[in-house]
Design a protein around this ligand. Sequence first.
Ligand code: SAJ
Length: 413
Amino acid sequence: MRNSKERPRVTVLGLGYIGLPTASLLATRGFSVHGVDVNPEVVDTINQGAIHIVEPDLDVLVRSAVQSGQLRAGTEPEPADVFILAVPTPFTEDREPDLGFVEAASRAMARVLAPENLVILESTSPVGTTERVAHWIAEERPELGGGAVHVAHCPERVLPGQIIKELVDNDRVVGGLNDAATEAAAAFYREFVSGEVLTTTARTAEMAKLTENTFRDVNIALANELSVICERLDIDVWRLIELANRHPRVNVLQPGPGVGGHCIAVDPWFVVASAPEQSRLIRTARAVNDDKPDQVVAQVAAQARRLREPVIACLGLAYKADVDDLRESPALRITETLARQGAGEILAVEPHIQELPETLARHDIRLVGLTEAMEQADLVVPLVPHRPFRNIPASQLQRKMVVDACGLLRLLP
Ligand code: SAJ
């Protein structure tokens, strides 16, 4: 085991949900880490030992990393032995991958690279992106082309809400542009990952990550389609899935109000964009999941029409249970659409936020506590099964009309 002085210096580009936990974990394991973000406010916050995102235990980790002097943040890359790219890879309006952040970070990093450095792309990326990173480096620094720096892909695969644990415990897939890059990257991860580090090519590693999230998306689409079929056939879909899953080889996922977040609803498009003709099932699954919020809106509106002056409580706005993240949230979209359509007076309950986001604030929606919502609403719409909602007495809900979009009823005491 090397002592801390011999650990490589690491520069992490992008201090968001992946980069910041990775940088601070490495710092607390004795690596000397320089974190880079284009946003000076993010940099200042981190240098004060604080955080700009919400993730369990991340505040403690960052504070200790910064206080120990092993983690510093800045807006420009500095020379290091290992460079980790953890910048966003969103998609464009045409659902084409937008590699602008990866390109900008690659070119900025190229200025401080030296021969034998290891460059690892962790951002979820369409197949061929790792090759493009090497190409951008060579454009900036022609003398570093042809394998002078080791370039590899090691996709992040941590679950928001459990990032710190999964960063260490999960198996990792590492694929370099050549064997030397693969080996160098695998050796780096083996220093702090307790899961197995599996090696392959860069293209396979890229596709492995896309496959993981596509697997989830396609299987959630099956659950969501079943929920719509069951609504029509007057069958309780939650009980149905519970029963079907008692078969030893069946594991249907859970239906919900739609698929949110910036991973599962995005990454399948990277596959579709690479092979449009061949990706029929994947494209259809995306359409099924994207359509689910509208199905929920239609169900709620139909119930609301039975009431004279409906007061509708939407329980949960986040993209999934027990997180504060409202980005790409189907619950948010449903709540907003109900208000826009004038379905009734809308009460929103979201224990993780203090004020409504702009998209909701411009409508006449009130952010209220759970107790107030349960007192005032005639129609209750559980959208996200946050922990506090799971304690609502079933008897209280039985007195209301309910459109249960997330299966909360079966979780009640
Ligand atoms: N959802 C359902 N039904 C289910 C499971 C999830 O409707 O049975 C919905 C959730 O409510 C949410 C969305 O899907 O709206 C995604 O939630 P999630 O918890 O399944 O996943 P994410 O987006 O938070 O994180 C995923 C993870 N990928 C996989 O589990 C294959 C994580 O490991 C990845 O690192 C992350 O994407 C990422 O960054 O790509």
